[in-house]
Design a protein around this ligand. Structure first.
Ligand SMILES: Nc1nc2c(c(=O)[nH]1)N[C@H]1C(S)=C(S)[C@@H](COP(=O)(O)OP(=O)(O)OC[C@H]3O[C@@H](n4cnc5c(=O)[nH]c(N)nc54)[C@H](O)[C@@H]3O)O[C@H]1N2
Ligand SMILES: Nc1nc2c(c(=O)[nH]1)N[C@H]1C(S)=C(S)[C@@H](COP(=O)(O)OP(=O)(O)OC[C@H]3O[C@@H](n4cnc5c(=O)[nH]c(N)nc54)[C@H](O)[C@@H]3O)O[C@H]1N2
Ligand code: SF4
Ligand SMILES: [Mo]
Length: 730
């Protein structure tokens, strides 16, 4: 059974990109039922009785693990993976097993509001009371809004906490209420979604659980051994049952090391590779003509288009042997069931959206969708988009569809330094994000944050490299101290997060901060003061079939629930694409160009000469999640020191030996690392880990000091991996 019509209707309604989706979801109508809050009585769990409660991982991770917390005398006594959630499988990752001590009870945790006393970036602060800090911030924001309008204020938040309540809700309402600039939150997932939507009209393909039925698994630009550890367990199960595992990755990732076959193209050439595979599939008559005739549009146009993508040309572009391309096309088309797994990794290229668009066509060409475990696997957020009552998280009608300007988060440095921007950004409120580490062009971001005429407010657990530029830092609760509801972009499980303990020190929820600030700024509208629990209860108030039997009460009792999905999930076994024609778009006239094209980024000759290496800055650290945990010393120790991976020929050309201390540099910055000469990268490509905190590195810079703020071809994401560098021994 495929997805029902009702389901398709909901999907159509929610036919928007992942991040936009999450954002839009907090941008319309909310009901009443409000509580009025005294300024300093923002709450935690409200009781110190001994108990065991259910919680869930808040990280920007596809796995969304469930856990239980046992509390005695108001303190966490036991923190463990939920034993019965099949997806969590009784196992949290290395980043999270020690969470209470690594974060909540960490001695460096910020537990009072702080006001800057030294230079921006110096990290010199004094503790102040909430009353004083909020009063001063409210007064300065009020003045800025009066003088320059709400658009002079910019929120900056991302995946630091993915709880539906703590990530946006009241915060989104607050910024819409003051008419702030809108943040275009596209650093993760948007090009992926834009590309796949152009082809299939939806991103939900094969469900993660069904990978055990696949017999040919192609992991294309994803590293689940590290980034999606619970899917990896199921991939291992599929291999036990006979699946062959192929990885396409320019870097020899932890996953590539375990594959049956690692194919290592040059970075950013995946669109060409996908079109080359399609070329071979037609040439060798490996297509499922019946599937193409019934369930795709534009096959003839595509066939003509593919003439340009013959094996020799694609081999030149990708740096792969022609035979590799032919063999890959054959084994993919003949593998039954054949699955392509893509997540986010390959989107950070200028041609990234097109790569997903082209890859998404392959299962329609071969009819892989006809079998359970065959097709394309990407994200699952659309299921929650259909299931939950987003009206409760959406902006109230009075604020819906703000007309204020958009600032792309990838270009934060540019926006802060742009003297022509009218109005200039005069206030920045950062939460759930650490842009000094995670945003491209680190030095430009730092320069912007150094502006004396910028008011920067940061809500955080730690004195991050971003928080050290703040005028005011406010202590945020951790997931053990607040309510939340978490959907998932990589699993089919819905989770509630009940606070285990009272907030430590003077920590408050993100929502609490915005409620208090709203009150101090004299705002009266009820939607700014809704309680976290009310928001959760309303969001669960849905009669969608996926949510049947799942209520606030049942979630509070069990913690998690798998959505009530049809027993067999084969969304495109008989077409049913979420496109206007209901077919898979091999040709899409709505999009320019109507068929994916390989368009490499054009560097100037001077850049190519001065900076001979293509740089990848990857989420290869196993013990950090982006920059989160980058300050936890035992995890840093386990992660070991960061290396630059180089090919032996490139290293020899620069007189660099394995283990040498080196400087990696370009026009934007310099990073100091140790050289590691290995097979991990091809000639001409170098690779370093992203996530390390600059302040903890020699030279005070980390990976994003070298990256650029270019946007992708689709989805306005970050072409972070489009960077060139040179390397010298120091
Ligand atoms: N070079 C390079 N750059 C990249 C990437 C890459 O691969 N290479 N990946 C990109 C991707 S995919 C992503 S998703 C982004 C992620 O970028 P960010 O979303 O900035 O991710 P984190 O580094 O995890 O920062 C999250 C911060 O939120 C804080 N936080 C956690 N919970 C809470 C809370 O409840 N309240 C408050 N106030 N704060 C909280 C944490 O302490 C942490 O400092 O990075 C991107 N940047
Ligand atoms: N341990 C750990 N786990 C994480 C995270 C983390 O920081 N640490 N971050 C989380 C987040 S925010 C996200 S979005 C997910 C992302 O998870 P994934 O989608 O798996 O993405 P990445 O780990 O960014 O990259 C995966 C692989 O893509 C490869 N890649 C880069 N450029 C190209 C290219 O041009 N072509 C091809 N074919 N491959 C390319 C990289 O070499 C890398 O090995 O992981 C999540 N899980
Ligand atoms: S970071 Fe991911 S794998 Fe680790 S506990 Fe959280 S959801 Fe699970
Ligand atoms: Mo991400």
């Amino acid at each position: 059974m495929g997805a029902s019509n009702e389901d398709m209707k909901h999907k159509k309604k929610n036919n928007i990109y992942r991040r936009e989706f999450i954002e839009l979801s907090v941008k319309s109508a909310v009901g009443a039922s409000l509580i009025s809050l005294p300024i300093l009585s923002e709450i935690g769990c409200g009781t110190t009785a001994d108990k065991t409660i259910h919680g869930v991982c808040y990280h920007d991770c596809p796995d969304r693990c469930s856990w239980t917390v046992t509390v005695r005398n108001g303190k966490v006594e036991k923190f463990e993976a939920s034993k019965d959630n099949p997806y969590t499988a009784g196992k949290l990752c290395d980043k999270m097993v020690n969470f209470p001590n690594d974060v909540t009870y960490h001695p460096d945790r910020i537990l009072t509001p702080l006001k800057r006393t030294g230079l921006k970036g110096s990290g010199e602060f004094e503790p102040v009371s909430w009353e004083q800090a909020i009063k001063e911030v409210a007064a300065r924001l009020t003045t800025i809004i009066e003088q320059d309008g709400g658009e002079a204020v910019l929120p900056y938040s991302f995946g630091g906490n993915q709880g539906l309540v703590q990530s946006d809700s009241i915060a989104g309402r607050f910024f819409a209420h003051i008419g702030a600039s809108q943040l275009e939150r596209t650093i993760c997932g948007n090009p992926t979604v834009a590309g796949i939507m152009a082809t299939n009209g939806q991103t939900t393909g094969v469900l993660p659980e069904d990978i055990i039925h696949s017999r040919f698994i192609l992991l294309w630009g994803t590293n689940p051994v590290n980034s999606n550890q619970h899917l990896w367990l199921m991939i291992e199960e599929a291999r036990k049952r006979g699946a062959r595992l192929v990885v396409i990755d320019p870097f020899q990732s932890q996953t590539a090391l375990k594959a049956d076959w690692h194919i290592q193209p040059l970075p950013g050439t995946d669109t060409a590779l996908a079109l080359g595979l399609m070329h071979v599939i037609f040439k060798e008559q490996l297509q499922d003509q019946d599937y193409i005739d019934n369930y795709t549009t534009g096959a003839n146009e595509m066939k003509a288009h593919l003439q340009k993508y013959d094996v020799e040309t694609v081999s030149r572009w990708t740096g792969l042997e022609s035979e590799t391309i032919i063999q890959l096309a054959k084994s993919y088309a003949q593998g039954k069931p054949s699955l392509i797994r893509v997540l986010v990794g390959l989107e950070h290229q200028t041609n990234g959206g097109s790569a997903f668009r082209a890859i998404a066509m392959l299962p329609a060409l071969t009819g892989a969708w006809r079998q359970l475990g065959g097709g394309l696997m990407n994200m699952t957020y659309e299921l929650f988009g259909a299931a939950l009552n987003w009206d409760s998280l959406n902006l109230p009608a009075a604020l819906a569809n703000p007309k204020t300007r958009m600032i792309n988060m990838i270009q934060l440095g540019k926006a802060l330094n742009d003297e022509t921007l009218k109005p200039a950004i005069r206030a920045l409120v950062i939460f759930n994000s650490n842009p000094v580490v995670t945003t491209p062009n680190q030095n430009l971001v730092k320069r912007g944050l150094s502006r004396e005429n910028l008011l920067t407010v940061v809500l955080e657990h730690f004195m991050t490299d971003t928080a050290s530029y703040a005028d005011y830092v406010f202590p945020a609760t951790t997931v053990l101290e607040n309510w939340d509801l978490l959907d998932s972009w990589g699993s089919t499980y819905l989770n509630i997060n009940e606070p285990a303990i009272e907030p430590l020190g003077e920590a408050k929820t993100n929502t609490g901060f915005f409620r208090i600030l709203s009150k101090e700024m004299g705002f009266k509208d009820d939607y700014l003061f809704e309680s976290d629990i009310d928001i959760i209860q309303k969001t669960l108030d849905s009669d969608h079939e996926y949510l049947k039997g799942i209520t606030f009460k049942s979630l509070k009792k069990n913690g998690w629930a798998r959505l009530n999905l049809p027993k067999t999930w084969m969304p495109h076994a008989v077409g049913n694409f979420n496109t206007p024609s209901g077919k898979c778009n091999l040709y899409n006239a709505e999009i320019d160009p109507p068929m994916p094209e390989y368009v490499p980024f054009k560097y100037s000759d001077e850049d190519l000469k001065s900076f001979p290496f293509q740089l990848l800055t990857l989420k290869s650290p196993r013990h950090f999640l982006n920059s989160s945990k980058g300050n936890v010393s035992h995890l840093r120790k386990k992660e070991g020191k960061p290396f630059l991976d180089m090919h032996a020929v490139d290293a020899a050309g620069k007189d660099i030996n394995d283990g040498d201390e080196i400087k990696i540099f370009n026009q934007r910055g310099a990073v100091f690392l140790t050289a590691r000469i290995s097979q991990k990268v091809r000639k001409g490509v170098v690779c370093m880990p992203h996530g390390y905190w600059p302040s903890l590195m020699k030279g005070g810079s980390s990976a994003n000091a070298l990256t650029d703020d270019l946007l992708t071809d689709m989805g306005r994401g970050g072409a972070i991996q489009e960077a060139r560098v040179d390397v010298v021994k120091v």
